[in-house]
Ligand binder design. Structure first.
Ligand SMILES: [Cu+2]
Length: 483
């Protein structure tokens, strides 16, 4: 099991497989990964981000491009970089045929800028624009993505990385960002459109695809040199697929989870990445010059490479490595006082093999047949996606403990906007993460129970939902209010 200091909700690949997750298909071919596309946000005027149809080389540079929806024409969109504490100004232009918005995932943001259509803003209509302007208070690896019909818009490619740099970043020789995604393509290599919104997917694991990309291209080589110290930022941008990653022949230390620095630790088993989750690794290139080492995913099957660390033939830059540097000066969230904290129960139910009876839909108790008819097959505390009432409402600064029960047959990753949470207990046992690891996504295996804590210190209405985006659309969602 996971003998290292990092425990992803007590979940390892083996418990994940036992959970009975459906097998996915992975097709890989040897093309170069496009590594760390970025643009300089500049210092004057907003960054312009246009959401529009585009063609992306998902199948590789030699193939014809796949029709996607993209930010500024690439998947992932431009990698945005700001210094911690700096203001980010983005002008979104909508050139799609649907309304859209941008959510700044993981940022402890001003609520009005959170990008949640129907909660913090209206959808930006086709042809219209919207100005986002906010400060980024915490250094770390974040991302941005559509938050309208996200089960379709994110799956079509509307996302990008947002990096908030430390004032003094740790000394590394190279920084690499890997954005993992999972696409459902038809035989012609086009996005399979007929299955968007399929209730069968939504009631099971979600829209699992059949084509993996890393930085918008088929898995390929990542060029490095022996003896380098590398900061590796990894994001799972898929709408349903979980990845379980290990790097062959290397001891990669996890240095941050969901943006927030944590005590560096080398996991001894594959590390699970649920949709939306990020990990920063510090990776010392201890392999041989000319060597090729796989980044392996074994979430649903035996380990398969999804990229390769491809060493140059140059001699090692160094042969001795100092202790890894801390990831800088992040201010962790405050741990709530357990005696004072509000206690909230949160029961997640529904889905295939869930046996959910009735749930509230549009304010009325509704039976399973009508729920399915309405496309609402999941519920939180007996409410199938209605958002008229929050899960709880608290004054700013109040500590909250949420006892979560995944009473379903499927994994879920619950994402809270505007805050980070820490895990207190897992299936009743105290968690080693309590107070030291802070997340914005909490992965829960079937029938698992977890207690999380936060200080609700960011005023506003904050969406709290499964980041398996079909689950969210089908009812696995609620919100919290901080007054
Ligand atoms: Cu879910």
């Amino acid at each position: 099991m996971d003998g290292g200091g990092i425990r992803l909700m007590g979940v390892t690949r083996r418990t994940f497989l036992r959970a009975g997750a459906a097998a996915g298909i992975l097709a890989a071919s040897g093309c170069r990964a496009r590594v760390d596309a970025r643009t300089d946000p500049g210092r004057s005027g907003p960054i312009r981000i246009e959401a529009a149809p585009a063609k992306a080389p998902l199948l590789g540079p030699a193939e014809q491009g796949t029709d996607v929806w993209a930010y500024n024409g690439t998947v992932a969109g431009p990698a945005l970089r700001v210094k911690r504490g700096a203001e980010l100004a983005v002008r979104l232009e909508n050139r799609l045929t649907q309304g859209t918005s941008i959510h700044w995932h993981g940022i402890r943001i001003d609520n009005a800028m959170d990008g949640v259509v129907g909660m913090t803003q209206d959808a930006v209509a086709p042809g219209d624009g919207f100005d986002y302007r906010f400060t980024c208070p915490d250094a770390g690896t974040y991302w941005y993505h559509s938050h309208n019909r996200s089960w379709e818009q994110v799956a079509r490619g509307l996302y990008g990385v947002l990096i908030v740099e430390e004032e003094e970043p740790p000394a590394v020789d190279r920084e690499i960002t890997l954005v993992l995604d999972d696409w459902r393509l038809d035989e012609a290599g086009a996005i399979h459109e007929a299955s968007f919104g399929a209730l069968h997917d939504w009631a099971h694991q979600g829209r699992i695809g059949n084509w993996i990309t890393v930085n918008g291209a088929p898995p390929g080589d990542i060029a490095i040199r022996a003896g380098e110290r590398i900061r590796l930022r990894v994001l799972n941008a898929a709408t349903a697929r979980i990845f379980a990653l290990a790097i062959a022949g290397h001891e990669a230390r996890v240095a941050a989870i969901d943006g927030f620095a944590c005590p560096p630790s080398a996991p001894t088993d594959s590390l699970l990445f649920a949709p939306g989750q990020r990990v920063d690794y510090l990776l010392d290139a201890t392999g041989e010059p000319g060597g090729r080492y796989a980044l392996l995913d074994d979430a649903y099957s035996d380990a398969r490479p999804i990229s390769f660390l491809a060493y140059s033939d140059e001699p090692p830059k160094r042969t001795q490595f100092d202790a890894p540097p801390p990831l800088g000066e992040t201010r962790p969230p405050t741990m709530p006082d357990p005696a004072e904290a509000l206690r909230v129960d949160m029961v997640m139910e529904g889905g295939a093999m869930g046996g959910m009876g009735q749930a509230m839909l549009n304010g009325e108790m509704t039976g399973p047949r009508d729920l399915a008819q309405a496309g609402r097959v999941w519920a939180v505390n007996g409410v199938a996606g209605d958002l008229d009432k929050p899960l709880f409402s608290v004054p700013r600064g109040r500590g909250v403990r949420i006892a979560m029960v995944n009473d379903t047959a499927w994994p879920h990753v619950m994402h809270l906007h505007g805050h980070h949470v820490t895990l207190l207990t897992l299936d009743g046992a105290p968690s080693p993460e309590a107070g030291t690891i802070w997340r914005d996504g909490v992965l829960m295996m079937p029938r698992q129970q977890a207690e999380i804590a936060l200080v609700a210190d960011n005023p506003g209405k904050w969406f709290f939902h499964c980041h398996m985006l079909g689950h969210q659309a089908a009812g696995m969602r609620t919100w919290i209010e901080v007054t």
